[in-house]
Design a protein around this ligand. Sequence first.
Ligand SMILES: O=C(CO)COP(=O)(O)O
Length: 132
Amino acid sequence: MNIALTAHDAKKELMVQFCIAYCGILSRHNLCATGTTGKLVADATGLNIHRFLSGTQGGDQQIAARIACNEIDLLLFFRDSMQTQTQEPFDKNLLRLCDVHNIPVATNIATAEVLIHGLERGDLDWREIVKL
Ligand SMILES: O=C(CO)COP(=O)(O)O
């Protein structure tokens, strides 16, 4: 499965901790991420992550483009909803594209836990079929 990772600044450490905890599962999949999130996770875990540009340089739009092409099977996007985000229109677009293409998406760690266990159990295997 192709898994995309991105996190707002206040949630990056949480993303790192999540990826450390689920390193074993994540290592069996193809990972990509926005630049800064990807670097932090790769440095902490040693996971092989394809890094796009940083979010401010358009990295989240690069992920959005892959979602639009149905090339992402799972998006983990840890959002900081306590701050006004100048990025908000881009964030909304990313989530909208997940809805358009039925891509499972977690915007917080609680949902991410459910999805990662579901991924491991095979609950997302249908994604391989819809891509045929
Ligand atoms: O833009 C982001 C989330 O919207 C994250 O980008 P970085 O991982 O490069 O900080």
